[in-house]
Ligand binder design. Structure first.
Ligand code: GUN
Length: 293
């Protein structure tokens, strides 16, 4: 089977152009410049890269963007007071607390302290609830990016069996809600699998669309998929590679070389879901700024 590569970088570039035009119009017509603040606690190397990418993409789109760097020893009270200050700052339309947080901070408690109208990550309980009730406001960026890349690559999930590997709050759970919504880009029949799922291969082989978000390099092999599958790889795993100057390379949760032989369409890593996540974060920030008019 010849597969089609779903080029997340190219799709995200065209979305970013649309967003940049809307940002210019918002500035011109309403004197509102969308502002995104990203809070990073600690110095996890991968998180530092993600946060820098988010900021530079926001600036490229004509937005304001600030990174608040806090030491790994930051207390709950200190972090809550940073968030409180941003909640009442009219120039800040979107707040994102980069995850994971150091172990002494309770992620759910921190996320719940963000103003739900500035929660561009869609992880506040109010926004999680609205999505699961079928009236989404801010949808987490990775699920939103996956929906958008399926639509823009002519792989509408409507009526299809979508199998998701991984039940995280950031990807698996919100994606299962999003793709089963009665809406454009939804109407899928979703199965959410995880580490305790029985007969996993039987389920993944029945997938029209398979989304891997479990964080295990090359977990999905050719035996696990059927001919014609649309394979979406959310994994961003660092594996040691001494031939690279950095000493590692990024690889996905799907064994690309073998699964691509059976797939009708597949996303690469890097250059697939990752760039889509950033584009949808910018879209959420633009929406937050528009809601402030
Ligand atoms: N860490 C990895 N992905 C994400 C994300 O989408 N949002 C946040 N806040 N942290 C992350």
């Amino acid at each position: 089977m010849t597969y089609k590569l779903i080029d997340g970088k190219a799709i995200s570039d065209s979305i970013k152009i649309e967003i940049k035009e809307s940002v210019s119009a918002l500035i011109r017509e309403h004197s509102i410049k969308p502002g995104l603040t990203v809070i990073l606690v600690g110095d996890d190397p991968a998180s530092k890269v993600y946060v820098r990418n988010k900021r530079s993409s926001a600036m490229d789109a004509g937005m304001c963007s600030t990174i608040v760097n806090l030491p790994g020893s930051t207390t709950k009270t200190e972090l809550l007071s940073e968030i409180e200050a941003l909640n009442s700052d009219d120039n800040c339309h979107g707040i994102l607390v980069q995850l994971p947080l150091p172990a002494h901070l309770d992620e759910n408690e921190i996320l719940a302290s963000i103003d739900p109208d500035k929660d561009v990550d869609g992880l506040h309980p109010k926004n999680v609830g609205l999505l699961s009730m079928g009236s989404p406001r801010f949808v987490p960026a990775t699920p939103s990016g996956i929906k958008e890349m399926l639509l823009r690559s002519n792989n509408d999930p409507k009526g299809k069996h979508v199998v998701i590997l991984g039940r995280s709050n950031i990807v698996g759970k919100p994606l299962s809600n999003l793709l089963s919504l009665k809406d454009r880009g939804g109407d899928a029949t979703v199965t959410l699998c995880h580490s305790r799922t029985n007969n996993l291969e039987e389920i993944t082989r029945s997938a029209d669309v398979l989304v891997a978000a479990i964080g295990i390099p090359h977990f999905v092999t050719q035996e696990m998929v059927s001919d014609g599958v649309v394979a979406i790889d959310v994994g961003v795993n660092r594996v040691e590679d001494n031939s690279r100057p950095r000493g590692y390379r990024l690889t996905g949760d799907i064994a690309f070389d073998e699964v691509s032989k059976k797939a009708s369409a597949i996303t690469p890593v890097p250059g697939g879901v990752g760039p889509m996540t950033i584009a949808m974060l910018l879209q959420n920030t633009l929406n937050a700024a528009c809601r402030s008019i």
